[in-house]
Design a protein around this ligand. Structure first.
Ligand code: SAH
Ligand code: SF4
Length: 353
């Protein structure tokens, strides 16, 4: 018999699983609380369950957990966590501090199949989806030592290409019996998979960020192949329909790439495109990496774009390149993950020492 990892189950699925064993439904909430609120990793710790029940569970299920293999911190407080998964694959999570309201950026896939031209993760292709447990365990591992206020799915991978596991993970994150995050504090970022956006909106109430990154189809086709399937107007129509948590706005992410999409005309088109959509905008200056063909924008262009939006009463934030490499970690994995771990550790030691 294949044992089940409880962290791969939503509360409803755990209830079904337990009912299949002839157990009461409310036991699922008890087990969830042990795992997500008291960090239990064995059934033996669950003292409000009978010994027989615990033995029975141990024979049929288990609880995975993992810790970071490498942890790095930047002088500004940003912390990067490298997790090695059971099959040897690696993913990163990044904790971004903001006056005590930490945001954890999690990965949803190893690599990514979407092939955005400016993204290092995209250049690796897709290795595999993360399981629900592997998504949740990134949060559990960091939560052991840090307070986390917000969760953003902006690490490695396209969350909506791993929809089932991401929805399940979000359910555990926002469950009052699970990790107890407010749904207003969980954000899924997508490159624009329109049908999946609709399914996500029907399945859970959560914030949405959309990586627009261009203002004409011609331009977006070139840097984001997904646009050939779901062009800008179709994507914006899906944004208009998306059921957000109350009083929340869609976030549009816009990676400013030097000489590609950072002109005043782009800013003008951008404002027209999002007109009428309750939205806020994250401008992300392109983060250069070894071998990339694109360039970071000039500060003057960043400022001009930012000001144009601000002057039209659009809520806009220009994401700073924290620690020099935060956007590299959040949305594009460093090629160094592909190197043997020893060299990563040596590098880390070097930085700390
Ligand atoms: N796949 C999802 C979420 C992960 S990418 C998505 O595309 O939305 C998270 C963000 O990082 C996206 O907005 C993406 O456009 C941005 N990004 C990717 N590569 C980048 C780079 N080299 N510099 C700056 N931002 C980048
Ligand atoms: Fe994938 Fe997002 Fe990178 Fe595009 S930007 S390749 S969707 S991770």
């Amino acid at each position: 018999m294949n044992k089940v990892d409880i962290k791969n189950l939503s509360l409803e699925e755990l209830e079904d699983f337990l009912q299949g064993l002839g157990k009461e439904k409310y036991r699922a909430k008890q087990i969830f609380k042990w795992i997500y609120q008291k960090n239990a990793t064995t059934f033996d710790q669950m003292s409000n369950l009978s010994k027989d029940f615990r033995n029975d569970l141990s024979g049929r299920a288990f609880v995975t957990t993992f810790g970071p293999e490498v942890e790095e911190s930047s002088p500004d407080g940003t912390r990067k966590y490298l997790f090695r998964l059971a099959d040897g694959a690696c993913v990163e999570s990044v904790l971004i501090p903001d006056e005590g309201r930490n945001t954890l950026c999690v990965s949803s896939q190893v690599g990514c199949a979407m092939g955005c031209r400016f993204c290092l993760t995209g250049s690796f292709g897709l290795e595999r989806n993360l399981s629900c447990a592997e998504i949740i365990n990134q949060v559990c591992a960091v939560k052991n030592t840090q307070d986390i206020r917000n969760i953003v799915f902006m690490g490695m991978g396209e969350p909506l290409a791993n929809l089932e596991n991401v929805i399940k993970a979000v359910k555990v994150l926002i469950s009052p019996d699970g990790l107890q995050f407010s749904n207003r504090r969980v954000t899924i970022s997508t490159s624009g998979l329109v049908p999946e956006m609709e399914i996500l909106g029907r399945s859970v109430t959560v914030n949405l960020a959309v990586s627009l990154n261009a203002t004409t189809d011609e331009q977006r086709d070139r840097i984001m192949p997904v646009n050939r399937k779901y062009p800008i107007q179709q994507l914006l129509a899906a944004c208009r329909k998306f059921p957000l948590p109350s009083r929340r706005m869609i976030t549009f992410e816009y990676v400013l790439i030097g000489g590609v999409n950072d002109s005043l005309d782009d800013a003008k088109r951008f404002v027209k495109l999002i007109h009428g959509i309750p939205a806020k905008v994250n401008l992300i200056p392109f983060n250069e990496y070894e071998g990339c063909v694109y360039k970071s924008p000039e500060q003057a262009e960043i400022d001009r774009f930012h000001k144009y939006l601000l002057d039209r009463n659009i809520t806009v934030i220009t994401r700073s390149s924290r620690g020099g490499d935060i956007s590299a970690a959040c949305g594009q994995l460093k090629g160094r993950l592909e190197r043997p771990l020893e060299s990563v550790e040596a590098e880390t030691r070097g930085k700390r020492g």
